[in-house]
Design a protein around this ligand. Structure first.
Ligand code: NDP
Length: 502
């Protein structure tokens, strides 16, 4: 087959979902196969870089990184022994456990127990049974939602453990002592799950009656791209005694989202154990992030209309994002504060809290307004809003929150993310041995202030990129779906995310 012919075949496959009645044209996203390759094999290294280069052994960042010329060269060393010296210094300063130390049996068992516990609560607790959006092949899947009550049960048990044992509650010490190994286990689970769902997607048949279908943009024929973006739209698996589990919906909100909060709480316990108090900065980070997670769990059924559920297949992008990237990079601020206890004072604390709550009001207000309008346009809370009636039958709001910008909800989400990062202030610390109290360590910002900003403000920057990219993807989808009606909407609501600016 010629290259041209192969390309045509791939493009045709990307246009037509298996057994689809409707079809959507899709090009490559995320830089195509090369981008998919880089992200699939590069992202875990980013997680490890954060884990090792910002640490409780030498500092955040590891101090030698600030003077690389000294790290590599010394008059007494040849070029080769200079490199060895640099490597040895970095290993010492990062607490490098060796390749074998990246994983341990206890961490694997502990992490699997966490997934098992999440699964058990999902199956055993009373749940809301909800139907998903209509599939391209017709029909709807049923979902079982109880992640909020599962979170409450888990958090209640954590509170009881902390009440009884304080910061020595075994869950907190386990997380803090096996952090890197737990990260590795989650990375491996993400690779395993995406390989499993990729291979299994080849058993999806045209015209099947079990509502199995391929994601419209996920079967281009390029292995690495399809593996990354996700081939099957809603992979499900039947677990003996537990019944059918929707892998994507389960992974989206359960082990990783609540895992993020458990990591934060473990860091809070660590701060308390080290210093004997919990700082206002740590409380704000915990409060705003827990609010965000509990909100997502409480509004669980809202995920049914997100592009993750309706459009993206379950591949490495979602598996890794849900299980490793989200919990381990979103919790970097609390991890930082567990070693360097920043005290903000009431005014600064209130200002950051105000910013977070302002962001939350925009985020929740806009998302709820759209949900209420889409569920029942005659609801008194939304009946007065203006809208465009599209030829497809759907209505697009043009006043209220959605009249200010086409993704005003992303602005709220982003403002909220400022309140996660600002509590770390102008971050950076180094750890030294105390001369006065032998055996104890001192944390100092001497020469380090500002150098940890790429770590503690990473979320802010990454999230801005994610939201702009997501907005572009959604815009493209809506343009395809609504055609000229979308042009009318854009003319009425010209700003994408920030009213008057962007
Ligand atoms: P949105 O909730 O922004 O929904 C976009 C969809 O809404 C469009 O595809 C369209 O769907 C519909 N729509 C667009 N404009 C209008 C309008 N004017 N009136 C009515 N309906 C409209 O999608 P997301 O899934 O991106 O986001 C959900 C939330 O999750 C966001 O608040 C986001 O910030 C958050 N999020 C957080 C992440 C994190 O890592 N923390 C990651 C991703 C998202 P239709 O085809 O039905 O018309």
């Amino acid at each position: 087959m010629t290259t041209q012919r192969r390309r045509e075949k791939a493009a045709a496959a990307a246009v037509e979902p298996v057994g689809a009645g409707k079809s959507e044209a899709h090009g490559y996203e995320f830089g195509g196969p090369i981008g998919a390759f880089v992200l699939t094999f590069g992202l875990p290294f980013v997680c490890y870089a954060f884990a090792f280069l910002c640490n409780d052994v030498s500092g955040c960042p590891a101090p030698s990184l600030l003077s690389p010329s000294k790290l590599f060269s010394s008059p007494a060393l040849s070029a080769q022994s200079g490199r060895q010296h640099a490597l040895a210094t970095l290993k010492r300063e990062t607490g490098w456990p060796g390749v074998g130390g990246l994983i341990s049996v206890e961490a694997v068992l502990g992490t699997l127990a966490w997934y098992g516990w999440s699964l058990l609560l999902h199956v055993l607790l009373p749940a809301q049974e909800v139907e998903g959006t209509e599939l391209a092949t017709g029909g709807r899947l049923k979902y079982r939602f109880n992640s909020f009550s599962s979170a409450l049960v888990t958090l209640f048990l954590c509170a009881a453990g902390s009440w009884a044992l304080g910061p020595n509650f075994q869950l907190w010490t386990f997380i803090n002592t096996h952090y890197v190994q737990i990260l590795t286990t989650n990375v491996l689970i993400a690779y395993f799950l995406s390989t499993y769902t990729y291979l299994r997607s080849f058993s999806v048949k045209r015209g099947n009656t079990s509502h199995r279908e391929l994601a419209a943009g996920g079967h281009t024929g390029n292995i690495i791209y399809d593996f990354f973006i996700g081939r099957e739209l809603n992979p499900r698996v039947t677990v003996p005694y537990l019944g059918e589990i929707d892998i994507k919906a389960f992974m989206e909100l359960r082990p990783g989202m609540l895992g993020w909060i458990l990591l934060n709480l473990a860091y809070t316990a660590k701060q308390y154990k080290s210093y004997g108090y919990i700082t206002d900065s740590m409380l704000i980070v915990n409060f705003t992030q827990t609010l965000y997670v509990l909100d997502a769990l409480y509004m669980e059924s809202a995920i049914l209309t997100t592009m993750d559920l309706t459009r993206d297949g379950f591949g490495f992008m979602l598996a890794f994002g849900d299980l490793a990237w989200l919990p381990f990079t979103y919790s970097l601020q609390a991890r930082y504060l567990s070693v360097h206890p920043v005290i903000l004072g009431p005014w600064y604390a209130l200002a950051i809290l105000g910013m977070g709550l302002g962001g939350y009001i925009i985020f929740r207000g806009s998302n709820s307004q759209k949900n209420a309008f889409r569920t029942n346009p005659d609801d008194p809370s939304v009946a007065h809003l203006e809208y465009i009636q599209t030829a497809s039958g759907a209505k697009l709001l043009t006043s209220g929150w959605w009249g200010r910008a086409r993704h005003i909800n992303y602005l709220g989400d982003w403002l909220l993310s400022w309140s996660y990062c600002l509590p770390t202030l102008f971050s950076g610390y180094r750890l030294t041995n105390s001369i006065l109290t032998p055996g104890s360590r001192l944390v100092t910002t001497d020469g380090m202030a500002g150098w940890a900003i790429p770590v503690t403000y990473f979320y802010l920057l990454y999230f801005a990129v994610l939201l702009v990219h997501r907005e572009r993807r959604d815009e493209e989808k809506c343009r395809r779906k609504y055609g000229r009606d979308w042009e009318k909407y854009v003319a009425k609501v010209p700003y994408r995310i920030i009213p008057g600016v962007y």
